[in-house]
Design a protein around this ligand. Structure first.
Ligand code: GLY
Length: 477
């Protein structure tokens, strides 16, 4: 069977490997905007063809579909989904893992997502206010007294969130105008009419649940946690993710089975609500970016209409059943036949980005990466390539996270393996990576316990979901 994969990052490299590992003898074809060495290796291994082209161009993707007649497709990143590449596959009669452009609005617009959660009364919803003018948002921020998160309403790759904690404590005009300036910075990131969404601020450990659905069956995958900040110990600007963890089993050490089940219910109810709103059946991955809060327990921060990156690198290698086949069953609406088996051992992922990422991508472009893959594999790690292009036998960075190392084992062992494997990677410029990923597990367990204690108090008092700061008049107050 022929499989056409769209995308060029480490997530797609992990999916490409799952396809070629399958016992179903798939032939992998891929379209990427540059030559990702990891995807190329898998395409060649399966005797497929690698196309370099615009993954967001409907015409280009349609031409390739007509040329190779794939049996099914997989769309990795969000932009092709937003641009209707899922619709192109379906118009051509090819089953595909990836929602339509309409379905992907759950990720594209946080305002749409928040309205949906309030309309269908889905648990884990936050109060919010949306602004089409940056002046109005800035005025609100300067007058409001509680803690808020200011975000661009459209997806900008996890970047741009500003937390303004407890404005009451900062009554000085200086602090207030600093908060208003945050609004302006974020507003500049987006192109949509609705520029800014301001949400009530919550706190607690973050985690992600990916669910695969064929429109009928829902298959929850193992949890993962993404480390968003650029530098060690969670400081520095937000990035697409500098590493991730998953396990043991389907869980994380700081999320209970009950919390996992509640999270699954939230993602499922949200997907059913999307189906009602769009009058379509959502097919593909939907991932809940969650926070465990005292307000609701599992609480939705945002949704992705795809797998997260680098979360994928921590999840897919831990799936011991045939994940390639599970993807085929999803595309073909036969997911009820899927068997998902997950390794007990956790995985830790460490991403490597060139200096300049994420704030100055021009500096982060055009550097040479050297890597000894054999040594990395001998020492118990695997590598997935991201924003790095194979040009004249050299690996040239394209401006974002260049590669991801993954190691499987209990957390301590996995981190030790990563420390060893890191020594087999070098670059013509400085590389940024975090060695604390997978090390702070005890702190997170403690944080979750504190949140749970307060959650249980709220539950006893019957005030789950109730916020003192925000008026109870629905989502928009
Ligand atoms: N890890 C964040 C993202 O996939 O956008």
């Amino acid at each position: 069977m022929k499989v056409l994969l769209i995308g060029d990052g480490a997530r797609e490299n992990a999916l490409a490997k799952a396809i070629t590992k399958s016992s179903n003898d798939y032939t992998l074809y891929a379209i990427s905007s540059f030559i990702n060495p990891g995807i190329k290796e898998n395409v060649e291994k399966s005797r497929g063809t690698y196309f370099r082209g615009d993954i967001n161009s409907k015409d280009y993707v349609k031409t390739i579909i007509r040329k190779i007649s794939p049996d099914f497709g997989i769309i990795g990143p969000e932009d092709p989904l937003f641009n209707g590449i899922g619709d192109v596959f379906r118009e051509e009669g090819i089953p595909v893992v990836g929602p339509s452009s309409k379905g992907s609005t759950i990720e594209k617009s946080k305002v749409w997502m928040r309205n949906l959660m309030w309309k269908y009364k889905i648990p884990g919803r936050l109060r919010f206010k949306a602004f089409d003018s940056m002046q109005a948002a800035a005025k609100f921020v300067s007058e409001y007294g509680g803690s808020i998160a200011i975000k661009p309403s459209e997806q900008v790759g996890g970047k741009g969130v500003k937390i303004v904690a407890d404005l009451q404590a900062y009554l000085s005009q200086d602090k207030r105008s600093a908060a208003s300036r945050s609004v302006e910075e974020i507003g500049n990131l987006v192109k949509d009419e609705i520029k800014i969404i301001i949400e009530e601020k919550v706190d607690g450990p973050e985690y992600t649940l990916h669910v695969l659905t064929d429109g009928y069956t829902y298959l929850p995958l193992p949890l993962a946690q993404d480390y968003k900040h650029a530098y060690q110990d969670g400081i520095g600007p937000e990035t697409g993710g500098m590493g991730s963890i998953s396990g043991p089993g389907k869980y994380l050490p700081f999320i209970t089975e009950e919390e996992y089940e509640k999270t699954f219910e939230i993602v499922k109810q949200s997907t059913e609500a999307i189906n009602k709103e769009t009058d379509e059946n959502y097919i593909g991955f939907i991932s809940g970016q969650m926070m465990l809060t005292d307000l609701w327990g599992p609480t939705v921060i945002e949704f992705y209409s795809r797998m997260g990156d680098p979360e994928t690198a921590a999840i897919v290698p831990r799936i011991s059943s045939d994940f390639g086949e599970i993807l085929e069953l999803t595309a073909e609406k036969r997911l009820n036949r899927a068997k998902l088996e997950v390794m007990d051992e956790p995985a830790v992922v460490r991403a490597f980005a060139p200096l300049g990422y994420p704030l100055n991508k021009d500096i982060a472009k055009g550097n040479i990466i050297s890597i000894n893959i054999n040594k990395i594999r001998e020492n118990g790690c695997d590598v997935f390539f991201g924003a790095v292009s194979l040009e004249n036998n050299q690996l040239i960075t394209t401006g974002s996270r260049a590669l991801e190392l993954v190691a499987i084992g209990d957390y301590q062992t996995a981190v030790k393996k990563l420390d060893i494997c890191t020594s087999f990677i070098s670059s013509s410029s400085k590389l940024i990576y975090r060695t604390d990923i997978g090390r702070s597990i005890e702190d997170q367990i403690e944080k979750a316990e504190i949140v749970r204690y307060s959650y249980k108090n709220r539950e006893r008092k019957g005030i789950l979901g109730v916020s003192a700061d925000w008026s109870p008049n629905g989502g928009l107050w």
